[in-house]
Design a protein around this ligand. Structure first.
Ligand SMILES: O=C(O)C(=O)C[C@]1(C(=O)O)C=C[C@@H](O)C=C1
Length: 386
């Protein structure tokens, strides 16, 4: 509410004005300090670029945060405050260090061809390879007549096309790659594309799954799943390169990865889809939902709403990709229906018994998640402007 609506006498107004002027001065000093920090970070970026060091330095971050927290405490400042500020600043560092470019791990690779390179994820990888000094060529739907020339002398062919056509494309179109060329893919399931790549190409093969969308500002702290295919020593540089971009690599067997994806992707996206479908069918009044939303509900609405801002084809592909996802989703429906019978029967004690069962199953993770989500919810609240 603007101050004007309160009845303020002249003395209060003058006092407030004076104090606010002082606060403005402090904030301006903060800006100068931020400028200074950004300049230093740019210098760190340049040093790292020439030394080929990863953008993300977890040990340095942990040590720095611990020191600043302790110092804050002695100054009567909440340690969490300086931690929040520094984490936000480091996010800025990841973006700024990226612009300097990255060390090129493999200098004699030859070209990189990104099949499906005009898709968003393809473009992101193209940008990262270009920032690292590689010669990148994009091959999209209409470019197949030029494919043979493009593949000639290629050191890496990276496939990032919709899941539904990935295997067929690999088997039909990637039969003539140079023998020592690495064949890799970014598909969000791994078993079938890996099999198709290993069958079609006799050289090095590796499956990758970036666990993030193309709208991330930087690779720092993001996870990329790696499924080893063949001749790991030949694509070692690629993994090293991705680590320099700041990502964390998680090695997994394709089958285990795909099983996890049934829950992490198919089931989750499907239930988010149904949540949105339900809001739509119920003709929910979004304005009042937003007005009455607690921060956790606002976050939930944002997570549901963001799905519908994206491509339906992409999500259909992810959800329809594995037949076994149907089982995971059906199990969810069965659990929902069964829990509903508890509600229908009015058995409150039974509900509480089940609740406790799940709490026990989550174990230490439940309080950990509560702690983590508290910080997220506070950020959601910070973003409100009225
Ligand atoms: O010290 C570094 O290595 C930096 O890149 C700077 C910085 C920072 O902003 O302080 C940024 C990213 C790293 O993860 C750690 C610290």
């Amino acid at each position: 509410m603007p101050d004007g609506r309160f009845d303020m006498n002249e003395k209060t107004t003058a006092e407030l004005e004076k104090l606010r002027d002082l606060i403005d001065g402090v904030d301006q000093q903060l800006l100068l300090l931020l400028r200074k920090r950004l300049d230093l970070v740019a210098q760190v970026g340049a040093v790292k670029h020439s030394a080929g060091l990863p953008i993300y330095a977890p040990e340095r971050e942990a040590a720095m945060l611990a020191k600043r927290r302790a110092e804050a405490e002695t100054m009567g400042i909440q340690p969490q405050l300086i931690e929040d500020v520094l984490r936000r600043l480091m996010r800025e560092s990841y973006l700024n260090e990226k612009d300097v470019g990255f060390k090129q791990v493999k200098e004699d690779l030859g070209k990189i061809v990104i099949v499906g390179g005009k898709g968003q994820l393809g473009q992101l990888f193209a940008q990262m390879f270009s920032l690292s000094g590689y010669e990148v060529h994009l091959l999209d739907k209409d470019d197949w007549q030029r494919a043979a020339a493009m593949f000639e002398g290629a050191g890496l062919v990276l496939v990032t096309v919709p899941i539904a056509v990935t295997c067929e494309l690999i088997r039909d179109k990637l039969t003539q790659l140079p023998t020592d060329c690495i064949l890799a893919d970014l598909t969000s399931i791994k078993t079938a594309p890996m099999a198709a790549m290993l069958e079609t190409h006799q050289g090095p093969v590796v499956g990758l799954h970036p666990m993030f969308g193309p709208d991330v500002g930087s690779f720092a702290k993001q996870v990329v799943v790696v499924c080893h295919g063949r001749q790991a020593q030949a694509y070692d540089w690629l993994l090293e390169q991705i680590k320099i971009w700041g990502a964390r690599l998680v090695e997994a067997e394709a089958i285990k990865h795909d099983k996890a994806m049934q829950l992490v992707q198919a089931m989750r996206h499907f239930s988010t889809f149904v949540y949105g479908l339900n809001l739509c069918r119920e003709q929910a009044d979004m304005q009042s939902l937003l007005q009455f939303s607690s921060p956790i509900y606002r976050l939930e609405l944002a997570m549901v709403g963001r799905l519908f801002a994206q491509s339906p084809e992409l999500y259909a592909d992810i959800i329809f990709a594995q037949k076994d996802s149907l089982k995971a989703i059906s199990d969810y429906l069965a659990n929902y229906a069964e829990a509903l019978t508890v509600l229908e029967s009015g058995n409150r004690d039974e509900f509480i018994r089940r609740f406790r069962e799940v709490t026990q199953w989550f174990g230490d993770l439940a309080p950990q998640f509560q702690h983590e989500s508290r910080a997220m919810l506070q950020s959601v609240n910070d973003m409100k402007s009225h």
